[in-house]
Design a protein around this ligand. Structure first.
Ligand SMILES: NC(=O)c1ccc[n+]([C@@H]2O[C@H](COP(=O)([O-])OP(=O)(O)OC[C@H]3O[C@@H](n4cnc5c(N)ncnc54)[C@H](O)[C@@H]3O)[C@@H](O)[C@H]2O)c1
Length: 366
């Protein structure tokens, strides 16, 4: 019989436990969305415990998920010692993530579901890679589009070569670096087969106020470009057109509309071999796919890694670290007046530290 894995949650707030209540009825909501709802839905995991610093959040979490008060904690080290979870979710803010994840990797946790952004600095990301690899720990970062079946099809069409080689990727609203670009950059990495990025050129509209020596005082909005070693260029725009993504290949264009609710494929009817541009795009047929919860698929990916006994997952700690390098590449490019920054990036010596930031109040009812 298949083993049921013990899952536990650090950070029982919105993404940890209650975010489904904020999006019920929206077209892009394919439940379960929160980590806790994902473990509840997965028939290979038992959600056994939770930890949060806020007693009210912890209590509501216990009530909603049927976790008794003797399995609710305010100290994650105590939870790990007493509950010995196989899988640990770290759904705090990025500032707390590295410390908790590294401690977990060194104290018997075998799989981590870390929210995005991975952490708060590049050295922290390096330390997470080191701790996961030394202890054989599987890690997936919660950039949900990596497990979205529609974006899987988009990747499959690109990889099949039917539209020719991928040349350009466009993000129509890049948002703030840690909160949103972590998602959009991860999607760009995924659509391009997780190729290595080699340069970044970025602008942070509020960067001059937010960068104070070695501290990044808030999560900055960002726009710019980056390039991969296979020659694909990403244009990450800051436009009012939200959550849309485009992949431009030699002979066609794939567009994810309305945050992946619809996908569109267009291709040239007649390809002019001599031309470097494509014209006369006509509608093609984007492949069918079944809707499925990206959170659940991410958890199932961790379960499969645990079943196999090797830490390889669709995401992985190195891809998540590369995502963090892109984020700090944008910060560094801004600091250098918008210069093009080559990757790998030397430690820019700066960390996200949001002094006095208060956690948000989760919505307990839909
Ligand atoms: N994947 C997605 O689509 C998605 C959506 C929303 C949020 N997120 C990400 O999820 C993370 C959490 O977001 P949120 O809005 O739920 O955040 P939040 O600030 O509302 O909640 C974080 C919780 O962590 C708790 N916490 C902090 N330090 C802790 C510690 N040492 N031990 C135990 N608990 C601790 C806080 O008390 C708080 O309740 C963020 O990184 C965010 O970017 C992802």
């Amino acid at each position: 019989m298949s083993k049921t894995y013990r899952a536990a949650l650090v950070g029982c707030s919105r993404m940890g436990a209650f975010i489904d209540n904020e999006v019920v009825g929206t077209p892009h909501h394919v439940p379960p969305y929160s980590h806790a709802a994902g473990y509840e839905a997965c028939d290979r995991t038992d959600l056994v415990a939770g930890v949060d610093l806020r007693p009210d959040v912890l209590e509501e979490f216990g009530k909603r998920y049927g976790v008794g008060s003797d399995h609710l904690y305010t100290d994650y080290k105590e939870l790990i010692a007493k509950e010995q979870p196989d899988i640990l979710s770290v759904a705090t803010q990025p500032e707390q993530r590295a410390e908790i994840s590294i401690y977990a990797a060194e104290h018997g946790v075998e799989a981590l579901y870390c929210e995005k952004a991975l952490c708060a600095s590049l050295p922290e990301a390096d330390a997470m890679v080191e701790a996961c690899e030394r202890n054989g720990v599987a890690l997936n970062m919660g950039t949900n589009r990596r497990w979205h079946p529609g974006f899987d099809k988009m990747r499959e069409v690109i990889a099949s070569g039917e539209l020719g080689a991928l040349k350009t990727l466009i993000v129509y609203s890049n948002g703030t670096l840690f909160n949103t670009s972590s998602h959009t950059f991860d999607l760009m990495q995924r659509l391009n087969g997780d190729a290595r990025a080699t340069w970044v050129q970025g602008h942070l509209p509020q960067g001059d106020e937010l960068i104070a020596g070695d501290e990044l005082l808030d999560d900055p909005t960002a726009e710019g470009m980056f390039g991969f070693e296979n020659g694909v260029t990403v244009y990450a725009m800051n436009s009012p057109r939200s959550s849309e993504y485009e992949a431009i290949c030699e002979r066609g264009v794939l567009t994810a509309q309305n945050n992946g609710v619809q996908f569109r494929q267009r291709q040239v009817h007649e390809y002019e071999v001599a031309s470097r541009t494509i014209r006369d795009l006509g509608d093609g047929t984007f492949p069918d796919y079944e809707q499925a919860s990206s959170t659940l698929r991410l958890i199932e990916d961790l379960v499969a890694a645990l079943d196999r006994g090797d830490p390889v997952t669709r995401g992985g700690v190195r891809v998540a670290r590369a995502n963090m390098e892109l984020i700090f590449g944008f910060v560094e490019s801004h600091r250098r007046g918008g210069a093009r920054v080559s990757l790998p990036l030397a430690d820019p010596g700066i960390r996200l530290i949001r002094h006095g930031r208060e956690a948000r109040q989760p919505r307990y009812q839909a």
